[in-house]
Design a protein around this ligand. Sequence first.
Ligand code: MRU
Length: 347
Amino acid sequence: MERERLITPVSYRDGAVELLDQTRLPQETVVLKIRDYRELARAIREMRVRGAPAIGLAAAYGVVLGLQDLEDKAQLDRRFREVLEELKRTRPTAVNLSWALERMARVYRRERRRGLARLKEALLAEAEEIHREDIEANRRIGRFGAELLPEGVTVLTHCNAGALATGGYGTALGVVRSAWEMGRLRKVLVSETRPLLQGARLTAWELEQEGIPYELITDGMAGWLMARGEVGAVLVGADRIARNGDIANKIGTYTLAVLAHHHQIPFYVAAPTSTLDPACLTGKEIPLEERSPEEVTQIQGLRLAPAGARARNPAFDVTPHELISAIITERGVLRPPFAEAIADVLP
Ligand code: MRU
């Protein structure tokens, strides 16, 4: 697989899943070598790997880990069920997780009677195929998205929808990368993304690596910069897209969409079709993760709020489709009315 020059958050080598630990970036570049699927599930929960497509990919490789030491065929079905359930419960919002696990389950059902060695090979091949397809999808999203942007644009992005959040290259940051290569991009405004600072820590790190000009802003600065005419487009990723075009993404995305609408700035969502959830008719049905209040009262272990302070921590919000200008997928740019455009690209 040709991905040597890409930032790769997840890979599989010699019986171990290798994760670039995203809780340690940008201070340290630490690669975790994980051989146990339960440890991999913990790494997903702790957000050592995060971002919807990367979570799906890590879980697919997690299935490979879950079966690799198994020698007794009589245990196979029970083990497979346990592995799938453990990985599925890690994070609820990114549909790419259950999508990737369903692909692995399909291969399992097809190959389980052909012997353990063959089954294990087929599962690894499927995980690698998901990885390859994701990078390819991101490159296509990048090209489609870059063509939408006007010459010399300043783009505002939220959270990290970059190489770190995918198999490589990125969705929203894939568009940024392509636009930069095509000479269309002036700079990127990166919102820091409280509470876990994926913008300040991860998006800024990726843009540094690529030499793409950016400025970091706190989340509360976006509206004022839009009012001053300093934002040409907003570009974000998604964790799940409902059939009507409502999207779930990192908390704060909804605020940016309302602001963009008020200031008549295009609001673009970049995501592969693996992020579409045909089972959700609208955003109301999307399960939204609520994480520990400590992530709000502290920053990287340093307590900011008084002891005993209560806090809320919804990790995602839903942006209604009315606020979205276009959804950029690897199968083309979807425009309103989204229900029809989405139905056309669903398998
Ligand atoms: O909680 P996170 O960091 O996993 O949230 C990530 C996001 O919200 C991303 O925007 C989304 O997963 C798209 S990644 C290509």
